[in-house]
Ligand binder design. Structure first.
Ligand code: SAM
Length: 230
């Protein structure tokens, strides 16, 4: 086994028998969340970060710049689901930050609480609708360095923009996962990505990167943007 430390904090590449695995340092040794592998290494226990299960992992492996994670200590995460990706963001931040994780579906939130919440105290679960960002102002209570939006809804871009306008600090970054099929199953995904990017640009965002997540996620793109006009 060979282990390479990457430029993102607490993130590594583990190579075994010609295969390479992206991994984060497990904040909860011995505990896994979605059947990911664990690797015992000289850096401690590492947890495989599977790009087929996490769009942020896919975006990173497709060369998106996620270095904001090195300085972010407050992150607003919309569409936390049962916690696959958020668990890795939690590994990355470790004891240097906090993630506010918004999820609206009660069963999903319950599963998250049972699977993840009891083991990790740098994630604050917020059982609210991300379409109404002002309702959790009293919990987030201040600006964030990064807004991550993966809600898979037709109005995903509007949700991301509304939350960014309220919470994103100057110099912070928005990561928006665009699921083309949530917008229109019959149109060319590339055209849909272009339209959503245009929408962001019209509304005061500077789009820094757009990455197609194939082959890890079909018909999905990740957009990285900064809010330049509040
Ligand atoms: N980000 C997750 C991950 O990588 O582990 C996967 C997220 S899944 C594609 C989308 C999630 O967004 C679902 O759990 C869904 O319940 C949630 N969601 C959809 N609309 C929402 C809303 N308006 N507010 C908060 N969560 C929402």
């Amino acid at each position: 086994m060979e282990v390479e430390k990457l430029k993102i904090r607490n993130t590594y590449i583990v190579s075994i028998e010609g295969k390479r695995y992206l991994a984060t340092k497990n904040l909860t040794p011995g505990i896994t969340y979605y059947k990911e592998r664990l690797f015992k290494t000289e850096y401690g226990e590492l947890r495989e970060w599977i790009p087929y299960k996490s769009k942020l992992s896919a975006a990173y492996l497709k060369n998106m710049d996620i270095s904001i994670l090195n300085k972010a200590n407050r992150i607003l995460y919309l569409g936390m689901s049962t916690g696959t990706t958020v668990s890795h963001v939690s590994d990355i931040l470790a004891d240097e930050g906090v993630i506010f994780g918004v999820e609206v579906a009660p069963r999903v939130m319950l599963e998250y609480i049972n699977r993840v919440a009891k083991f990790r105290d740098n994630i604050i679960p917020i059982f609210y609708d991300a379409r109404k960002p002002e309702e959790y102002l009293y919990i987030v209570n201040g600006k964030v360095d990064m807004v991550y939006c993966d809600v898979a809804q037709p109005d995903q871009t509007e949700i991301a923009m509304a939350n960014s306008k309220l919470y994103l600090k100057k110099g912070g970054e928005l990561f928006l996962a665009i699921k083309a099929r949530s917008i229109d199953a019959s149109r060319d995904p590339a055209e849909i990505y272009r339209d959503e990017v245009k929408k962001l640009e019209k509304n005061g965002f500077k789009v820094l990167e757009t990455v197609d997540l194939e082959p890890y996620e079909k018909d999905h793109a990740m957009v990285r943007a900064r809010l330049i006009r509040y």
